[in-house]
Write a protein that binds this ligand. Structure first.
Ligand SMILES: C[S@@+](CC[C@H](N)C(=O)[O-])C[C@H]1O[C@@H](n2cnc3c(N)ncnc32)[C@H](O)[C@@H]1O
Length: 380
């Protein structure tokens, strides 16, 4: 990469790798004083590149060499929007019919990917799988508390004791309280993410689409106050996932001499099959911290609003609009690497204005590359 980049660009030029994978091109470009752009459609590619670039920044800092800041941007929910987009030039009635057909296609796609069977005659459920009823959240909205409460109500009325709720996003703070609430009413409720690759036909055919359970983060605030300054920090105190995946469906696929990581009864287990077909099991997640690959903190989450630019189709004019969300700014992070498996559980202290409340956001990326966020309030 070094030879290619040196031969085809000068210092300060922009180097791009649109299939950046683990980020080798970006790292070499950074070391050689080039600006860079890396893109990848896989979340692991982006996550690995992120960790690699932070490590490189740290190394360049120690060597007193210059390094650049970088941003990670998400193209958005374009696959989802595309999926339910209707032809705006159709008449209202036709638009309505098209939307209805598309929503039906969407449900069928999810049911197929989840290997469930469609059911009718329920209000909140669209499918069933292995003795559990399945409710599917809307394609363009996070699953809300209200939505889950309706599901719980239907369960109570119809004596349903086991249910799964699938969604692309979930209202923050829903897990684990909503499950405890359901449990008290005798309902075993599982909340699962619809993975982005459900839109990828090849991934479905290859059996690679996994619906991971929604997890939750517990954090403890720390405040240091003196006459001169106020400082805040956060400590991770718990991270829980209710990963449930049936070990048996995977065991058959395991070939001799190979190993595989699976989830069984909420624990991550490495299954290895030796040449004689003997299977050994090693538990990889002994403690809750073993689930975490990376975590980061934004000490003032509401300081940067997420603003998008929208073009008015009639006038062609651009307008800036706040989406109602905020941009997570990575102000501090700790992560594991292949070489260094340790993880800090308490952030650094950050100096803040005294007598002010701060919304601190904590984001955890687990060992499967799923991220979860929690926002807590710290301060006066
Ligand atoms: C072999 S890796 C690339 C390695 C990298 N270019 C380097 O030099 O180190 C290929 C990457 O392409 C990504 N990829 C495949 N199809 C893609 C697409 N249509 N758009 C973006 N990335 C894609 C994969 O996720 C994978 O991470």
């Amino acid at each position: 990469m070094e030879r290619i980049i040196k031969a085809s660009s000068n210092e300060g030029d922009l180097v791009a790798d649109f299939f950046c994978g683990s980020g080798t091109t970006c790292a070499v470009a950074e070391k050689l004083g080039r600006k860079w752009i890396g893109t990848d459609l896989g979340k692991f590619g982006i996550h690995t590149t992120r960790k690699r670039m932070i490590n490189l920044q740290r190394q360049l800092k120690i060597e007193k060499k210059p390094y650049r800041a970088f941003e990670i941007l998400n193209l958005g929910k374009y696959e989802r929007q595309h999926f339910i987009g209707v032809n705006a030039s159709l008449r209202q009635q036709e638009q309505h019919a098209q939307l209805e057909a598309k929503e039906k296609d969407f449900l069928n796609l999810i049911i197929h990917a989840y290997k469930a069977e469609a059911v009718e005659s329920f209000t909140t459920f669209q499918a069933k799988k292995a003795g559990r009823l399945v409710a599917i959240g809307q394609v363009n909205l996070p699953v809300s508390r209200l939505f889950v409460e309706e599901i719980i109500n239907e369960c109570r009325q119809k004596h349903i004791t086991r249910a799964d709720v699938l969604g692309f996003e979930f209202e923050m703070g829903l897990v684990p309280h909503i499950q405890e609430e359901a449990k008290q009413k005798g309902i075993d409720l599982a909340l699962k993410y619809i993975p982005r690759d459900v839109f990828d036909k090849r991934a479905i055919e290859k059996n690679q689409v996994v619906f991971h359970d929604v997890s939750y983060i517990e954090v403890k605030p720390h405040v240091q106050e003196s006459k001169q300054s106020t400082k805040i920090a956060v400590e991770l105190t718990d991270f829980s996932v209710f990963y449930s995946q049936d070990a048996s469906e995977h065991r058959q696929e395991l070939r001799a001499g190979k190993s595989k990581v699976i989830v069984d009864q909420g624990r991550v287990i490495k299954l290895a099959k030796d040449k004689d077909g003997e299977i050994t099991r090693t538990v990889l997640t002994e403690s809750w911290t073993d689930w975490i690959d990376y975590w980061s903190v934004d000490f003032d989450y509401e300081s940067k609003q997420e603003v998008i630019r929208i073009q008015d189709p009639a006038t062609g004019e651009w307008e800036e609009r706040w989406t109602g969300d905020y941009i997570f700014e990575n102000e501090w992070q700790s992560f594991r690497t292949k070489k260094d498996r340790s993880l800090e559980l308490k952030s650094v202290y950050k100096e803040v204005e005294p007598k002010k409340r701060y919304k601190v956001a904590v984001k955890v990326v687990d060992i499967f590359g799923n991220d979860t966020m929690n926002v807590i309030e710290i301060g006066a």
